[in-house]
Design a protein around this ligand. Structure first.
Ligand code: FAD
Length: 451
């Protein structure tokens, strides 16, 4: 049955007492994420909307909704807080948006592992764990708004990745409980390496209802902005800090002067025309950190204890990762961004070559991270967008020069990252969503096998 032929008021009444939203404006709002970061996706997705938003309050309501939608062949697209960047949570074929944000209980914390429901906000998770001395190993810069289920299903890494790597690094997600899309939905618990097919799968192969996350011991943290004469000096410092094993840190980001000028609330604290490293360092490591900065020509221009944020200057991590682009977009709506990996022993040279090649066309922004056990830098450089052709010329140059790009201008799972079929993910989808009703249109390998 096509979405147009379905009586949505009837669907809502059949699903009652499960909460449903049919109001057009609200359904449109809950059908969108931050796809508009990309001018390419903005054109393609701006009219996408669901027909109904269903808001299960517990797992039994998730099971009932999926069974109903399976019986009526209705597509279902899960949603946490809708902060994803590539239209991940957008219902390409209409149908139901399954809003999990009400499924948000903190279940337990034991020996540094937290068990939580998928719709719990990351900040709320830490509100429970911090008083007991534990924090997330890493979190996206959307910590204050995003859900843990949305992060695991749609994100990659963030603040803390310089110590712990990313979501697909072995050991960072201990267990997942998910519901399959079948006539009689199954509730499955995946543990250890078996979680991988559902991590960063955009909810195409199951609805995550609970997660077990290993945490890290919490520290008293300090934020710092360190200014450098140029991007080369700032990246050399960031690389050295990344490799300084005795300095406990959870953020090492670098922005060149052209990027920094969009950080309006911070500008009064930063010298003009300088590149900046934005860092979060554990209090006991402060002297070692400040000494390294000074030895490498840096000046600590701003420092503050984490937790002492004010309304006028948000947490420093909200200037990093995908927030950096947001600051630029607040001033200039023509800007977009890239996501690439500067890896390998010569990764600092690769950064320098990209800077020399594109200059002010791609103001540089880097997030230093551990990747497969080594320090590397994700490039989330801004792009002064002129055309799709030019964007893909830039991407082509980077890839030809050994700098892989996870294209943020596509909603296709494989094209956005791994560029190859993840056989385990595909096999799991065959089992968990045999009719292809979960977040349809996002997994290319599924479409190919069906055509
Ligand atoms: P949503 O956007 O609602 O969903 C993300 C994906 O997961 C969608 O495909 C959705 O269908 C699916 N999904 C949601 N819930 C479930 C579930 N329970 N079961 C199955 N599938 C589900 N990402 C990073 O990795 N690191 C960053 O530092 C970062 N910074 C960001 C900064 C900004 C300003 C913005 C706009 C985005 C950023 N992102 C980042 C992307 C995004 O915010 C994160 O990935 C975030 O954790 C997504 O959580 P969410 O609850 O908003 O998920």
């Amino acid at each position: 049955m096509t979405a147009a032929a379905i009586d949505w008021a009837r669907v809502a009444s059949d699903l009652a007492p499960i909460g449903c939203v049919a109001d057009r404006a609200l359904v449109r709002r809950k059908s969108r994420d931050f796809f508009w970061y990309s001018p390419v996706l903005n054109e393609r997705l701006k009219h996408v909307r669901a027909d109904l938003v269903v808001c299960p309050a517990d797992e039994a309501e998730v099971v009932r909704t999926l069974a109903y939608c399976h019986a009526h062949r209705i597509p279902v697209t899960p949603r946490g807080a809708g902060t994803g960047n590539y239209g991940q949570a957008m219902p390409l074929e209409g149908g139901v948006v399954l809003d999990l944000s009400g499924h948000d209980k903190f279940l337990w914390l034991e020996d540094g592992v937290a068990r939580v429901q998928a719709g719990l906000k990351l900040a709320d998770l830490e509100a429970h764990s911090l008083p007991r001395g534990w924090e997330l190993r890493f979190h996206p810069s959307t910590r204050r708004t995003a859900t843990i289920g949305g992060f695991v299903a749609g994100g990659s890494g963030g603040i803390g990745s310089i110590q712990f790597g990313g979501l697909r690094s072995r050991g960072n997600v201990r267990a997942l409980r998910l519901v399959t899309m079948e006539a009689e939905p199954n509730v499955i618990e995946l543990r250890d390496d078996d979680v991988m097919p559902a991590v960063h799968a955009y909810g195409t192969n199951g609805i995550i209802t609970e997660l077990e996350m290993p945490l890290a011991r919490s520290w008293p943290w300090r934020e710092a902005a360190v200014s450098f004469a140029d991007i080369g000096a700032a990246t050399a410092f960031a690389g050295a800090l990344g490799e300084a094993d005795g300095v406990v840190k959870k953020l090492v980001a670098v922005c060149d002067a052209a990027t920094v000028r969009y950080f309006t609330p911070l500008l009064g604290h930063l010298p003009e025309g300088k590149a900046v490293a934005l860092c979060i360092v554990a209090d006991p490591s402060w002297e070692a950190f400040a000494g390294l900065a000074q030895a490498m020509g840096g000046i600590v221009s701003f420092e503050r204890a984490v937790g002492a944020e004010t309304d006028s200057i948000p947490p420093i991590y909200e200037f990093t990762w995908n927030h950096t682009t947001l600051w630029a977009l607040k001033t200039d709506r023509t800007i977009t961004y890239l996501q690439c990996l500067f890896g390998g022993p010569d990764y600092l040279d690769r950064i320098a070559r990209a800077v020399a090649q594109f200059g002010d066309e791609t103001p540089m922004h880097l997030e230093f991270s551990r990747v497969n056990g080594r320090v590397a830098a994700f490039g989330l450089q801004l792009v002064r967008y002129t055309s799709r052709e030019r964007l893909y010329e830039i991407i082509g140059w980077l890839e030809a020069n050994g700098i892989p790009v996870a294209d943020p201008h596509t909603y296709i799972l494989e094209d956005g990252g791994m560029k190859q079929v993840d056989e385990a993910q595909l096999a799991f989808k065959r089992r968990a969503d045999p009719l292809g009703l979960l977040n349809p249109g996002k997994m290319k390998s599924w479409r190919q096998q069906c055509s």
